[in-house]
Design a protein around this ligand. Structure first.
Ligand code: F6R
Length: 240
C-alpha cells in the first residue's frame, strides 16, 4: 500500500480527483466504485468543477456504490442513493441508469445481495474509492467481518451508529442495518484509493499503516492489494 500525505483536506481531495479524472479520460467507459460520507465530498466537488470547466465526460462511465441503509428508499434524503445524486450525479452528464447501488427497500435481502454480486462480477471496477471508518471499517464491513465476504446485510457497530448520527436529527433515526459490498468484492477492483482526513482518523490510520493484516481492522486487508493508495491529510497522518 502506497501512502501519500497531503497538506490538508483540499489537497487530499485534489490528489484523489486527479487520479479519477485521468482514469475517466483514458477510459471513457471506466467503472468507478464510489463511497459516501464526509470524506469524499471534496473530491466529488472537484469532479463536478472539472466536468463543468474542462468538459470531462461521464456519459459512458458506470458507477457502483459500496453501501446503502436498510429501509431507506432512494428518495429519502438520508439514503446513500440520494447522497450520490445530490453530491455528484445530478451535476455531471452520467446516465442514471449506469449508476448502481443496493436497493435499501428490496423485499428479499438474499435476492438483493445476489443481484448485487452478479453485477459486481459483470462490471469489474477500474477504481474503488474508500473512506476509512474510525473503527477501521471499509464500506460497512465492521471489525471481524470475513475477508472472503461478498454483499451482505450488516448490523452496524455502535461507534458507526454514533459517527453517522451527525447526518440525522438524532441517534434513534440512524438505521441499525445496511447492505454492504463485501471485502472480497472490494479487493477485486483493479485499483483502490482509500482516503482519510482529520485528527479523528489519526489513531486508526497509525494502526493501519503498521501493516499487520487482521480482521479486527478490516482495512488492513488492503496491504494485500497490489495497487492501493492511501491518501491522508496531515491531521490523519499526525500519529504516524
Ligand atoms: C460510506 C462508507 C463508509 C465510510 C466511512 C467513513 O459509503 O462505506 O465506510 O467511508 O464510514 O465515513 P466518513 O467519510 O463520513 O468519515
Amino acid at each position: 500500500m502506497k501512502t501519500i500525505i497531503t497538506n490538508d483536506y483540499e489537497d487530499m481531495s485534489e490528489k484523489a480527483a486527479q487520479i479519477i479524472i485521468e482514469t475517466v479520460k483514458e477510459k471513457p467507459n471506466a467503472v468507478l466504485g464510489l463511497a459516501t460520507g464526509a470524506t469524499p465530498m471534496g473530491l466529488y466537488r472537484r469532479l463536478v468543477a472539472d466536468h463543468k470547466e474542462m468538459g470531462t465526460s461521464y456519459k459512458y462511465v458506470r458507477t457502483i456504490n459500496l453501501d446503502e441503509y436498510v429501509g431507506l428508499t432512494k428518495v429519502n434524503p438520508q439514503s446513500y442513493a440520494y447522497f450520490m445524486y445530490e453530491n455528484l450525479f445530478c451535476h455531471i452528464d452520467i446516465a442514471l441508469k449506469n449508476t448502481y447501488i443496493e436497493n435499501g427497500t428490496a423485499l428479499d435481502s438474499m435476492i438483493e445481495c445476489k443481484r448485487y454480486d452478479k453485477m459486481l462480477n459483470k462490471l469489474p471496477r477500474d477504481i474503488q474509492l474508500l473512506g476509512l471508518g474510525s473503527n477501521g471499517h471499509i464500506a460497512f464491513n465492521e471489525p471481524y467481518t470475513s475477508f472472503s465476504s461478498t454483499t451482505h446485510i450488516v448490523n452496524l457497530a455502535e461507534n458507526t451508529i454514533k459517527d453517522n448520527a451527525i447526518y440525522f436529527d438524532n441517534i434513534e433515526q440512524v438505521p441499525r442495518q445496511a447492505y454492504t459490498m463485501g471485502i472480497k468484492s472490494i479487493m477485486k477492483a483493479k485499483q483502490i484509493i482509500i482516503l482519510a482526513s482529520g485528527f479523528k482518523k489519526a489513531e486508526i490510520v497509525s494502526k493501519l499503516v503498521q501493516g499487520n493484516v487482521d480482521s479486527a481492522l478490516p482495512a488492513s486487508i488492503l496491504h494485500n492489494h497490489c495497487n492501493c493508495i492511501l491518501i491522508l491529510d496531515k491531521e490523519a497522518a499526525s500519529k504516524l
